[in-house]
Write a protein that binds this ligand. Sequence first.
Ligand SMILES: [Zn+2]
Length: 324
Amino acid sequence: MKIYFTTCLLLAAIIIGFANTLTAEDSSAKVDERFLQANDRTFRFFDTQEEQSWQEPFFFMQMADTQYGMFTGNKGFEQEEALVQQAVEHINRLRPRFVIVCGDLTNATPDQDRYQAQVAQYHQDFSKVDPEIPLVCVCGNHDLGNRPTPKSIATYKENFGDDYFSFWVGGVYNIVLNSSVLKDPTGAPEVLAAQQTWLGQQLERANEGKAQHIFVFQHHPLFLKREDEPDQYFNIPLERRTPLVNQLKQARVRAVFAGHYHRNSYGVAGEMEMITTGPVGRPLGKDPSGFRIVKVHQSKIEHQYWGMDDVPEHIELTEETAAP
Ligand SMILES: [Zn+2]
């Protein structure tokens, strides 16, 4: 009888263990492929061969800080859900070349209880974007924690793909950085070092490929207004900011796009624009929830922030005036 009982217990343990493995596989299998396009340090949707040469003017939509859970301190996310649904309607009507969400996708960090529910809602809402319009996700400090670790980065990758990568679109080279390790590298110094080596290679590649423009996307602004402004919560510390700004200027990066500030801000470093975009989610200043539309012409870019209720019906890409 005793042996029989032990065998039963053992069998039960094996079955439970097996079921757990299945559930774990199930939950990762549930992440739609569209959220895992950032892989092997590139974005699979875009074919490098096809996208490497300049084609014609296009526009993309830059968003930031959907931050599901921020309005209520992680109790719910109804307001974020409604705002994202509004954003998705605009995306599907305007049909940009791509949409990029520059970090703080959720308010909870991977080690917090509400994280998975917020991630699931993000996935559910953004899966309503027309599959022909690629959605690029960028990691922020809430997505990795204020002190990112290999573990928090691994969790992010399971849900949203690589934390840093690059891709060509219509002759433009786009570099996505993990700015949370630039803000605080102490939990994952090897990630910052690897990203730095990789970045040097990317800037060379963009140059060799004769990129029409080079854009950098990240969560934290390098600076809000001036490249030498003092360190504070919303910018990258001067210690790592100055060498990076110089490297990007030297490589003729046209613009850096960021979020994190929950307001708009703007500055230049030489000819490089530092564009900080307000939130899809909760605003922290006078700018309403919204996003930026960026028009990319052969020799220039034009960009404007739109509040969610003021977005135009459609986007005109007017021809550039011919150079004299
Ligand atoms: Zn942030």
